[in-house]
Design a binder for this molecule. Sequence first.
Ligand code: AMP
Length: 194
Amino acid sequence: MVAEAEARGLRIVFLGPPNSGKGTQAALLAEALGVPAISTGEMLRAAVAAGSALGARVKDVMARGELVSDELMAEVVRQRLSQDDVAGGCILDGYPRTVAQARTLEEILGPRGIDHVILVEAPEEVLIARALGRGREDDREEVVRERLRVYRDKTAPLEAYYEDRGLLRRIDGARSIDEVQAAIESVLGVRRVG
Ligand code: AMP
């Protein structure tokens, strides 16, 4: 199995609530491993900014902090994962976000397609404080809370889903960026040279 994973490069999913730091950590790990970081949130934000047809379809849903439909996300991810640069492995950040999406991902990659799922966790008060920073705009706080609610309802079930499959690696995200990065690299056995 290790040989198989090495031959096609590691495929790692990042899971965690909004503001857990998973996006930052996904990007850092992708750089360390030399594989692309595929962030569905970033792809969708780019589509909105570009004013594309996809952007027009997701703009309002994103602004409310809700999830884009599983069907539309399946199209986006299937297309992205068919590109050549993922042959040597990849980091997925923000996908899957529902159990239905996890099943779609297995369909795309095959049942042994994922090597690790890194869950970056932090207490809710830490997540909210990070999201709001120093400012306090009420409607922003509303969206922040909605995104957390959506995580609990739709995405948190994936923690048990991947735990059952022996893939879940829990990381305490309520620490500095450097400490979290070191913890992730240690769990994965990534060795730094130089
Ligand atoms: P993120 O940057 O990962 O927090 O994503 C920002 C927003 O994009 C989310 O709040 C959703 O509206 C949308 N989004 C990103 N990834 C997904 C996904 N896998 N499924 C559904 N919606 C998504």
